[in-house]
Design a protein around this ligand. Structure first.
Ligand code: UD1
Ligand code: CA
Length: 453
């Protein structure tokens, strides 16, 4: 079936979502739902994937621009058969597999089974399943393996509404039966061209329509509103956690949220209520959390991210410790062995090997050498009210507690900054810089003050 065309229907407005975004752009674990369907389709056909867009077309096409798919335009959303017809001029020779942009949880193994069944039983074929609550779905009326009709919810009688066998939407139409699409009309309650009407039209002409039963209804959930979006989100979240556990990651709870694009190495442990988001990768033997958020960050091996830390857009090498209660902001690079402790904020800075900032500091727009000690309460004063300036600190510098480094400023390697200093001028290598006022004593002052009452 190398000439299989795959058409993904994604033009609908998604009214039931009550949203300004096109339905298929709503995210499940950090990725728009359409991306799951396109990823699956691309596994089955590199060349012949067509996405039908209409409502919110620009946003969807912009998002999918890197995916090597073609787009068919459905100007008005007149139903699923009409949507499929909008793609017919773009079809290559071959049969047509229809996937739905709002049915994103389908797995490759189920699709493989469906395609295998089709290879053995060439006919118009629908993927169907059984659900406890069939509301909203098309009900399948069948005789044995054959489908007689699919009745849409709005057209169904009270009796038909009780049927729990439902249409998932996913179907294959053999090339020679594609002309039947043109016979479908819109004489129904919604005035739409229902793709499901192909069933009785085919039967009336003696063409077989078969059902392929799939036992796991969760995989073929259609997402039409925000409640279903949460259900899909939960299913996908569990699947992602399972995948990581199968790869050797320890999860200490189910209440961990890891987006689809994240990779994690073996023997890494994730504590509860941790969020790992976006384009993040985490190495082996790392410990993360609890209550920690990591976004768009690369983390090497043997790193500890203690609880209540927030890390975004950073590159963290090996054997680094961060937190608890640290904030690492974008464009931060922490080399091997760096330690960032509680209530330390780092932004757009490079900290070289084994440098430590263990307590209560702000490090912004800085380049700091290796083996530097940043004392508690150090602040790089990087902003003069108009512009940002850089602080450069050489290797092995010792910055005493409660120091302000007023940028732009350069501290030479091996220098020592006395605690409580405000440094406004460059400090030479190996020098001691102290800028606080000298301490004086007024003898007997306390006694005198008490004496006055
Ligand atoms: C559809 C099926 C229903 C099935 C259910 C499974 C029909 C008539 N009904 O109903 O039998 O049980 O899916 O989830 O096929 N779309 C377009 N253009 C349109 C209309 C829809 O591209 O003019 C796209 C939508 O973007 C969506 C998909 O087709 O991705 C399904 O449309 P939707 O309106 O959600 O159909 P359902 O009512 O869910
Ligand atoms: Ca739907």
């Amino acid at each position: 079936m190398d000439d299989l065309n795959i058409v993904i229907l994604a033009a609908g407005e998604g009214k039931r979502m009550l949203s300004d975004r096109p339905k298929v752009m709503h995210e499940i674990m950090g990725k728009p739902m359409i991306s799951y369907v396109v990823d699956l389709a691309k596994k089955k056909s590199q060349e012949h994937v067509i996405v039908v867009t209409g409502s919110g077309r620009e946003e969807i096409e912009r998002y999918l621009s890197g995916y090597k798919v073609e787009f068919a335009f459905q100007r008005e959303q007149k139903g699923t058969a009409h949507a499929l017809l909008s793609s017919t001029t773009m079809l290559k020779r071959g049969d047509v597999l229809v996937l739905y942009g709002d049915v994103p949880l389908l797995t490759e193994s189920t699709l493989n089974d469906f395609l295998d069944f089709y290879r053995k039983n060439r006919a118009i074929l629908f993927l169907i399943t059984t659900v406890e609550k069939p509301e909203g779905y098309g009900r399948v009326i069948r005789r044995g393996a054959e489908i007689i009709r699919i009745v849409e919810e709005v057209e169904a009688t009270e009796e038909e509404k009780k049927i729990k066998e439902i249409n998932t939407g996913i179907c294959i139409i053999p090339e020679e039966h594609l002309p039947l699409l043109r016979v479908i009309d819109n004489r129904n309650r919604k005035g739409e061209y229902y793709l499901t009407d192909i069933c009785n039209i085919a039967r009336n002409r003696g063409i077989t329509v078969l059902a392929f039963d799939h036992p796991d209804a969760k995989e073929v959930l259609g997402i039409n509103n925000k409640k279903e979006l949460l259900v899909a989100q939960t299913i996908m979240r569990d699947r992602i956690l399972e995948r990581h556990m199968e790869n050797g990651v320890v999860m200490l709870d189910n209440n961990i949220y890891i987006e689809a694009s994240v990779s994690i190495g073996r023997d890494t442990t994730v504590f509860p209520n941790t969020y790992i988001l976006g384009d993040s990768s985490i190495g082996d033997h790392v410990v993360v959390g609890p209550n920690t958020m990591i976004r768009n960050t690369k983390i090497g091996n043997h790193v500890r991210i203690e609880g209540f830390s927030v890390i975004e857009g950073a590159e963290i090498a090996q054997d680094v410790t961060i937190g608890p209660f640290s904030r690492i902001r974008p464009k931060t690079i922490l080399q091997d062995g760096v330690k960032i402790g509680n209530f330390v904020e780092v932004k757009n800075s490079l900290l070289k090997r084994n440098t430590k900032a263990n307590h209560l500091s702000y490090i912004g727009d800085a380049e700091i050498g290796s083996d530097v000690n940043i004392g508690a309460g150090t602040i790089t004063c990087n902003y003069d009210g108009k512009r940002k300036h850089k602080t450069v600190i050489g290797d092995s510098v010792f910055v005493g507690s409660n120091t302000e480094l007023v940028a732009p400023v350069v501290i030479g390697r091996g220098a020592i900054i006395g605690a409580g200093s405000t440094i406004t001028k460059d400090v030479p290598e190996d020098a001691l810089a102290v800028s606080r006022s000298p301490q004086r004593h007024i003898e007997g002052y306390g006694q005198k003050k008490r004496g006055k009452g």
